[in-house]
Design a binder for this molecule. Structure first.
Ligand SMILES: [Zn+2]
Length: 52
């Protein structure tokens, strides 16, 4: 899996819980931001990348 060299957390922007860990390319310079379901908020919220 050369294209998933490291992992980052996706953190809910509302409650700041880290709900997901995703693979990311080692040299990727973009920031991951996705709408994901947050079990703490009980709804879909924007999740932003945080380093481990
Ligand atoms: Zn949340």
């Amino acid at each position: 899996m050369k294209n998933k060299d490291r992992h980052v957390f996706l953190e809910c922007t509302e409650c700041k819980n880290r709900n997901y860990a995703v693979g990311k390319k080692q040299r990727a310079e973009y920031k991951i931001e996705k709408k994901k379901f947050c079990p703490f908020c009980g709804k879909h919220t924007p999740h932003k990348e945080k380093k481990l």
